[in-house]
Design a protein around this ligand. Structure first.
Ligand SMILES: [Zn+2]
Length: 154
């Protein structure tokens, strides 16, 4: 049976919108597209998408904090320019939504939702699960499944 979707399924929550303040419009368009595709690939009764609280545009102070605690590996982050977003998958456990970090889930998210969304919009992106873009996620020294950024011109 084909599932029915309501408008709410395709919309970002208010807190997600707030977390995207300062992010470049093209990346916000990408996020909207990703939110639209997500419930078509994942079971929305148990899985949903949220923007990480520090997953939008960051100040240098916030970036330094994340860098110093090892949560980020660079001070040259695309988050500083509003060109990156961190999409966190949440799972419903005992009625509560908790973030889930299972690598395979983020690989699936990229291939079934993020990459097609970028293609729909016509932009080139770089994913934190495959920094070098070689289509393999087993050679990454730092697997950052939630991270998506605009691809910089070479
Ligand atoms: Zn990130």
């Amino acid at each position: 049976m084909k599932r029915k979707y309501t408008r709410a399924d395709f919309q970002m929550s208010r807190s997600d919108r707030d977390r995207l303040k300062g992010v470049k419009p093209v990346m916000i368009r990408l996020a909207e597209r990703i939110y639209r595709l997500f419930p078509q690939q994942f079971d929305r009764r148990i899985l949903r998408l949220r923007i990480d609280p520090r997953g939008g545009k960051r100040t240098r102070a916030v970036q330094r904090l994340l860098f110093e605690t090892g949560a980020s590996k660079t001070m040259d982050s695309a988050h500083l320019k509003g060109e990156a977003i961190d999409f966190v998958i949440q799972i419903k456990i005992n009625g509560r939504w908790e973030p889930i970090w299972e690598k395979q889930l983020y690989v699936q998210l990229y291939h079934e939702v993020i990459a097609p969304a970028a293609e729909d919009i016509g932009i080139a992106i770089r994913w934190g699960g495959d920094w070098d873009g070689d289509l393999a996620s087993n050679d990454e020294t730092f697997f950052d499944g939630p991270h998506v950024e605009l691809k910089r011109a070479a």
